[in-house]
Design a protein around this ligand. Structure first.
Ligand code: HEC
Length: 106
């Protein structure tokens, strides 16, 4: 049941990827609180352990952010810490952040 909900969420986000109007969300401002760990250019290895995020695929990044929000991603043992970063963000805000990150120079 939980698994199928997750799959539905992913399917839905892929379906709508790129089609939503995020003009009301200020991604650059939202990203300020991420920059402390990931760097303003997205190239910092956060806490010396995270993968680099700059220029990653938008949908893949969105799925990661959604997974952190749902407490389902824990790549290097700090998934909980990432969950607290995104748990209050709306679906639009997550998408705007994913787009912002995907447009960073790799
Ligand atoms: C306190 C430091 C810190 C802050 C602030 C932070 N992150 Fe992270 N981030 C991490 C760590 C550590 C990981 C690896 C977590 C794990 O074990 O899965 C990570 C992982 C990620 C990943 C997955 C990268 C990959 O390829 O696996 C993305 C995307 C990401 N963060 C985006 C963000 C965004 C967007 C924000 C701001 C809303 C943010 N982070 C704020 C430390 C931070």
């Amino acid at each position: 049941m939980r698994q199928s909900t997750f799959v539905t969420v992913i399917f839905f986000s892929l379906l709508h990827g790129g089609n939503e109007d995020n003009s009301t969300v200020d991604a650059q401002k939202l990203y300020q609180k991420c920059a402390g760990c990931h760097g303003s250019d997205g190239k910092t290895v956060a806490l010396n352990v995270s993968p680099m995020i700059a220029g990653n695929d938008k949908n893949a990044t969105l799925i990661q952010l959604q997974s952190y929000q749902q407490g389902r991603l824990d790549t290097v043992g700090l998934g909980r810490l990432m969950s607290t970063q995104v748990n209050r963000l709306s679906p639009n805000e997550l998408e705007a952040l994913a787009e912002y990150i995907s447009k960073m120079e790799k």
